[in-house]
Write a protein that binds this ligand. Structure first.
Ligand SMILES: Cc1ncc(COP(=O)(O)O)c(C=O)c1O
Length: 281
């Protein structure tokens, strides 16, 4: 069963509750997080909530729940749903107030949904995905997990309509990230991903994979690369809380490596799974 939460109250997810003057939908004036729950235990919850707080601080927003309180609320919600495999979406907005641009003198507003996790079909994982490179039209603060996802959703829709799985943003000749994921390539055994600067979201999965690379002895580098370098990669993959590690086999019709998920990508994913398998036990 799924459940919703709004400022202290647990509600059915389909209950219409958001006030008309909620700044989240008037301005996209807020931040959010997505946390995957495996075997009843939220994975990397603290890291996600710390990033949420950092995103809030970056937009000068004071959250109305502390990280500890949010952890307790997530545990409470999970217990109510009884879900073992779930996705938690948390949104914190600048509250509910008459529509003017200036910040209102009201508390932030927190909503959450906990729903059964929807895993990618096994065939997608096994085959890998085709992606397209698109110009990054987003703002310059993509490290903030902002509710403003307009360029992301438009890019994703256009990519899907054109038969691709994901759109990967390129800014000034530099490959950055997907519309909802980070990007990695592997060349001559070295794992390479763009640096965690203001132009990408500092993915929790990305950080976990870099940690894993260190643990299992895969040399890695955080450095900028352009489309040519990506196209010449031996392997490439997308990473996110929901995708985990998703191999890229084709970019704008050009085959990557052998055109099948690569061995280092598979190995990283196997080790990623090992990190969450058994966490609830
Ligand atoms: C733009 C963008 N980049 C990267 C990611 C991956 O972040 P994480 O691994 O923390 O899920 C996401 C996830 O939603 C995203 O929206």
């Amino acid at each position: 069963m799924a459940i919703g939460f709004i400022n202290g109250e647990w509600i059915p997810v389909d209950q219409a509750v958001l006030p008309i003057d909620e700044r989240g939908h008037n301005f996209g004036d807020g931040v959010y997080e997505v946390i995957r729950v495996y075997q009843g235990t939220p994975f990397k919850m603290r890291e996600h909530l710390v990033r949420l707080e950092k995103s809030a601080e970056a937009i000068l927003l004071t959250m109305n729940y502390s990280i500890d309180e949010l952890e307790a609320l997530i545990a409470e919600g999970l217990a109510k749903t009884g879900l073992q495999e779930a996705s938690v979406y948390l949104q914190v907005t600048r509250g509910i107030a008459k529509r003017v641009h200036l910040f209102p003198d009201v508390p932030a507003s927190t909503t959450m949904t906990i729903r059964p996790a929807t895993d990618l079909p096994a065939t997608v994982r096994e085959k890998g995905v085709q992606v397209t490179l698109v110009e990054d039209e987003r703002w310059k603060n993509c490290y903030i997990k902002s509710l403003n996802l307009l360029p992301n959703v438009v890019a994703k829709q256009k990519a899907t309509d054109a038969g691709f799985y994901e759109a990967v943003f390129v800014r000034d000749g530099i490959v950055l990230e997907g519309s909802s994921c980070n990007v990695f390539l592997i060349k001559d055994g070295v794992l390479i991903t763009p640096p965690a600067n203001r132009f990408i979201l500092h993915g929790i999965t990305r950080a976990t994979l870099l940690e894993i690379a260190k643990e299992i002895g895969v040399p890695m580098e955080e450095k900028e690369f352009g489309p040519d370098e990506l196209l010449a990669a031996d392997e490439a993959f997308l990473s996110s809380t929901s995708m985990e590690v998703l191999p890229i086999v084709e970019i704008d019709g050009k085959q990557i490596g052998a055109g099948i998920p690569g061995t280092i990508s598979r190995d990283l994913h196997k080790n990623y799974r090992a990190k969450y398998q058994g966490i609830g036990v």
